[in-house]
Design a protein around this ligand. Structure first.
Ligand code: NAD
Length: 488
């Protein structure tokens, strides 16, 4: 078995206890992971606090912080294959997806490297003749970054990049499920030359590590990506330290197909939206809303394409569809699908054993048009299950799209530009893709409405969220201050 350590204060630390990580494609243990419990978590926070308060970090120029991020991006590219292999081994995500994602990870670091020396303050034209007044942007402080198991390198990049650009220091908690890509990534942080304690990478379980970190009195900001139930714990924890929080949570994203759409192209995008990463994506387009008049035609296209998906070993570059990450997730999905079928959902595709050893669950399509209140329609499954609903007109489509408590992403497929604009305006979600799906860029803000969370990652504003302002008043008059009992 391969072994992975924690990275605290610039040192690789074995931890007092260890746990094993499973390969989801075989259900067998393959890695031994050092566990952060209260002691290690506390050490990591203290290291980040010391680094934040150190003269060497506080006086490092923004340009120098940017150069550290650039070096990190180069090292990520150098080790792209190694990192992608680990992500595939540990999460079961297919190698073509993890390889492609690593390229994005480097681009996000480069974007924030370029921003580091452009987060300027401003001066104010105050209506007081004897005052010079300006606003400085200062780093928020010590950040706890809590990462879910899927896309750990990507989801940590959208936190580490802007936080370092702003001058913060971090404790990054890799998910206890599939933590190895992030723990291995610590080696690149070290090699890039970040001062000890500036970025610490730990992993561990909810109570001993996650709760300890997010309630820690010395944490200033919590950047969380994960599920809504965990987010509630985090918010309760932040009541202890009064840290600011940003939450990137789940979704139940509508994929809306109007009758005039290019159905071939929409079907390909729907396949990508729900079956890429075996559906384990926060933006999974898991609710297909299709106009009644083209329902049969579209479902026929979709089922034909889904039947052709190559299910196999995630390490094989030909594979298009791998296992789920955990046995527990597979069980939840099986239960929800069974319940939804009992409620009246019609099974169009899937729900049969894949015949492989790991945590495989097949591409599954449920026609829920007769049971729109089925659990598969409302619950985020984080798996390859598509629930199909139909609509008769534009208003109906918008009503259905907005009938979820989530609001992360939406897809709209139509050739009618004015219709696309009207629906975009009315759909309640943080991202809308028109005639495309699952496109990202470091320039584009990303985040949700409603139970999909608050705060944004990506784009310029995300970096500003890791800063706060300091207003400086400088009196330019040499005259003595007169009446001390009035506000000036
Ligand atoms: P999760 O909520 O179970 O775990 C996320 C992280 O929180 C893990 O590191 C976990 O150890 C930690 N954690 C758990 N309990 C904690 C506690 N009490 N205090 C502090 N930390 C705690 O999520 P998951 O199963 O790893 O990931 C899947 C979820 O993440 C899905 O809901 C998915 O939609 C969401 N997600 C959202 C985005 C986004 O950008 N909006 C991206 C990817 C995943």
């Amino acid at each position: 078995m391969e072994s992975f350590k924690l990275y605290i204060d610039g040192q690789f630390v074995p931890g007092n206890t260890t746990f094993t990580s499973l390969n989801p494609a075989t259900a067998e243990p393959w890695a031994c992971i050092a566990e952060a419990r209260k002691e290690e978590t506390d050490n990591a926070v203290n290291a980040a606090v010391r680094a934040f308060e150190s003269d060497s970090w506080r006086t490092l120029t923004a340009g120098a912080r940017g150069r550290l991020l650039l070096r990190l991006a180069d090292l990520i590219e150098r080790d792209a294959m190694k990192l992608a292999r680990l992500e595939t081994l540990d999460t079961g995500k297919i190698i073509r997806e993890t390889r492609a994602q690593i390229a994005y990870v480097a681009e996000y670091y480069r974007f924030y490297a370029g921003l580091a020396d452009k987060m300027d303050g401003s001066s104010l034209s105050i209506d007081k003749a004897d005052m010079e007044t300006w606003i400085k942007r200062e780093p928020l402080g010590v950040v706890a970054a809590i990462i879910p198991w899927n896309s750990q390198l990507f989801l940590s990049a959208v936190k580490i990049g802007p936080a370092i650009a702003a001058g913060c220091t971090l404790v990054v908690k890799a998910a206890e499920v599939a933590p190895t890509p992030l723990l291995a990534f610590a080696g690149l942080i070290d090699e890039a030359g970040f001062p000890p304690g500036v970025i610490n990478i730990i992993t561990g379980f909810a109570e001993e590590c996650g709760s300890c970190l997010t309630s820690h009195p010395l944490i200033d900001h919590i950047a969380f990506t994960g599920g809504a139930e965990t987010a509630r714990h985090i918010i309760r924890n932040s009541a202890i330290n009064l840290a600011s929080t940003s939450l990137e949570l789940g979704g139940k994203s509508p994929f809306i197909v109007f009758a005039d759409a290019d159905l071939e192209s929409a079907a390909n995008a729907q396949i990508a939206a729900i079956f890429s990463a075996s559906g384990q994506s926060c933006v999974a387009g898991s609710r297909l809303l299709v106009q009644e008049t083209v329902k049969e035609q579209f479902l026929h296209l979709l089922v034909t394409k889904a039947q052709g998906i190559i299910i196999g070993c995630p390490q094989d570059p030909e594979t298009q569809f791998g296992p789920l990450c955990t046995a527990a997730q597979k069980e939840i999905i099986e239960q929800v699908v069974t319940r939804s079928i009992a409620r009246g959902a019609k099974l169009i595709l899937g729900n049969q054993p894949v015949g492989k050893k790991g945590f495989y669950y097949p591409p599954t399509i449920l026609d829920c048009s007769q049971c729109p209140d089925a659990d598969s329609v409302s619950q985020e499954l984080f798996g390859p299950v598509l629930s199909v609903l139909t609509f008769s007109n534009e208003a109906d489509a918008i009503r259905l799209a907005n009938s979820s408590e989530y609001g992360l992403a939406a897809g709209i497929f139509t050739r009618n530009l004015t219709l696309a604009h009207r629906v975009t305006r009315k759909v309640r979600s943080g991202v809308v893709w028109v005639n495309t799906y699952r496109v990202v860029s470091p320039l584009a803000p990303f985040g949700g409405f409603g139970k999909s969370g608050f705060g944004r990652e990506g784009g310029i504003d995300a970096a500003l969220e890791y800063t706060t302002t300091k207003t400086v008043w400088l009196r330019t008059s040499d005259e003595p201050i007169d009446d001390p009992f009035i506000m000036r």
